[in-house]
Write a protein that binds this ligand. Structure first.
Ligand SMILES: NC(=O)C1=CN([C@@H]2O[C@H](COP(=O)(O)OP(=O)(O)OC[C@H]3O[C@@H](n4cnc5c(N)ncnc54)[C@H](OP(=O)(O)O)[C@@H]3O)[C@@H](O)[C@H]2O)[C@@H](O)CC1
Ligand SMILES: [K+]
Length: 508
């Protein structure tokens, strides 16, 4: 499908594969490098235009030992020909370069100086071609010192492919990394462009084409994508003219005790706004009054223990549950989760619901290991980093794993969809598919927004969306709602933005 091609993320290894396939088809590596250098020069000229001096700009290109440095030489030559004052500062002598990078160094006709003569304070623009996809170990010594010195001087900086020091695979910073204002990369983005802290170091990311054909992806078969509506819009259940509320499912949210009911109501109200036909809040007896005094369209029902829940589950219209927000940890969470899953219903387990399984992880995982024939995955776990570490301590501690891989491994182990939250939320499915979410605002980091997210996801599950798509759609809608509200967001206001999000989704 076309969107798969467009929103694909490629690891540096996969990008290398794309490169090799293209070269085997007859396009030389140097032709690709010249195209890449051209895209970099175009971006640089745009940035110089922003500087607005109209005259000659002082441009420092930093060139490393590999092809990233080769791109820098090509860009340097094009900028030099545009009349700017360009110096290439190289890590190793140009005559030590090999392959395409050596050809690029030969193509450049301007001044070359060693790296240690680079003075960030005396440039209008820095182009970082030190290290890109080939970063293989932490940056140390003189290069690390130069990066630190440059970041302190904070010049305008354009990174080629990745800011040197950012891992394209994981977004991790190996040693230290440049802070770029803009990053130009080629063909498809990499996970490191969207996973923190790499995402912040990249500045704005510009993906440009250099002549690699999209059909190389048919051979590479990548499984990571940027979370965009094209991924799930066809499965989104937008209400039809003749529809009935029961066609849109019945979401159920468990309330906490009398002094902890707000989180569940945030989830329940969000589920209703996010499209569930009906929503019921299940309340312990001591919280019935406080819940009743705050609810209107959301229905309320007493649930005192497993017996009550068993009776509720007899009615198959209750099809998607949220357990955790404000609920408290303990035996009751585990009983309720087990009953809901055994009854074949979808379950979003959040917050306390996740922490309740920290000591008895296997109970959760074993219960879910064998979904009934044809039913697929029904459990969605929405941990933030701390909750994730309690449930999957070994995976959380494995430094070599990217956030993408951590979420994937956890999804496989729990046979659940994992929504590993953060500014760079990752949604992973047990079948290996994963998406990175990139929308939202820093204002989302406030009390109660996670509860709202659970409700939005549950609404999609209630409407019959498969769990992976429901989670991806929910995270995207949540982020978009925050963007539409803007500064000063509180959790109460998020669901109120959903109608505008739906309008955008219907119009797109
Ligand atoms: N793929 C494509 O389609 C296209 C790719 N293109 C461009 O190629 C770039 C990838 O090129 P690349 O593979 O040569 O890697 P690159 O980033 O230049 O660095 C490798 C060198 O750095 C060294 N090194 C590693 N870590 C280090 C450290 N910490 N500190 C110091 N040194 C370190 C490493 O040494 P080694 O590990 O071998 O000892 C090796 O010498 C890519 O980012 C893009 O810009 C475009 O031209 C167009 C098409
Ligand atoms: K770079």
């Amino acid at each position: 499908m076309e969107w798969r091609r467009f929103h694909t993320l490629l690891t540096p290894d996969e990008m290398g594969q794309a490169d090799r396939i293209t070269i085997r088809r007859g396009v030389s590596g140097f032709v690709l490098m010249k195209a890449a250098g051209n895209r970099v020069a175009e971006a640089a000229l745009k940035m110089i235009g922003d500087i607005g001096t109209g005259g000659t700009c002082r441009i420092a290109c930093l060139g490393g030992p590999g092809n990233n440095g080769g791109d820098a030489f090509v860009a340097a030559e094009l900028l030099r020909r545009s009349g700017h004052s360009v110096v290439v500062h190289t890590l190793s002598k140009p005559e030590c370069l090999s392959g395409d990078a050596a050809l690029a160094a030969g193509y450049y006709e301007g001044t070359v100086e060693p790296l240690d003569t680079f003075e960030p304070e005396k440039t209008d623009l820095v182009i970082d071609g030190l290290l890109g996809a080939g970063l293989s170990r932490p940056i140390e010594g003189d290069v690390a010192a130069l990066i630190a010195r440059t970041n302190t001087a904070a010049p305008r900086l354009l990174a080629i492919d990745l800011p040197s020091g950012v891992s394209g695979k994981s977004g991790a910073i190996l040693g230290d990394a440049f802070q770029a204002e803009r990053t130009v990369s080629f063909f498809r983005a990499k996970p490191g462009h969207f996973l923190e802290p790499g995402r912040t170091r990249c500045g704005s990311v510009d993906i440009r084409q250099i002549g690699i054909e999209a059909n190389v992806l048919d051979t590479i078969r990548p499984k990571a994508f940027l979370n965009q509506p094209e991924l799930w819009r066809l499965q989104l259940n937008l209400p039809a003219g003749a529809g009935h509320k029961y066609d849109r499912g019945h979401a159920v949210v468990f309330s906490g005790p009398a002094l902890k009911t707000g989180a569940a109501r945030l989830a329940a109200n969000a589920a209703l706004r996010a499209g569930a036909g009906l929503v019921t809040l299940l309340s312990p007896p001591n919280a019935i009054l406080v819940n009743a005094s705050h609810l209107t369209a959301v229905m309320l029902r007493k649930c005192e223990g497993s017996g009550d829940l068993g009776e509720i589950l007899v009615d198959h219209r209750f099809n998607a549950f949220v357990l955790g927000p404000g609920f408290g940890t303990g035996e009751r969470v585990r009983d309720y989760a087990r009953l809901v899953l055994e009854a074949g219903r979808a379950l979003v387990l959040d917050a306390d619901g996740i922490s309740a399984f920290s000591d008895v992880r296997n109970i959760l995982f074993d219960n879910e290991k064998q979904p009934s024939e044809g039913e697929g995955v029904r459990l969605v776990l929405t941990p933030h980093a701390g909750e994730f570490a309690r449930l999957f301590p070994d995976i959380a501690e494995a430094d070599r794993l990217s956030k993408l891989d951590r979420a994937r491994q956890a999804a496989e182990r729990a046979n659940a969809v994992i929504v590993l939250k953060g500014r760079d939320t990752v949604i992973a499915s047990p079948d290996g598919r994963a998406v990175i979410n990139a929308n939202g605002t820093p204002w989302l980091a406030t009390a109660g927004t996670g509860d709202v997210l659970s409700g939005i996801i549950a609404a999609q599950l209630a409407q019959g969306m498969p769990a992976f798509e429901a989670a991806a759609a929910g995270v995207w809608m949540h982020g978009r709602a925050a963007e539409l509200f803007g500064p000063g967001l509180t959790a109460e206001e998020l669901a109120g933005q959903l109608p505008r999000v739906f309008v955008e989704l219907m119009e797109a």
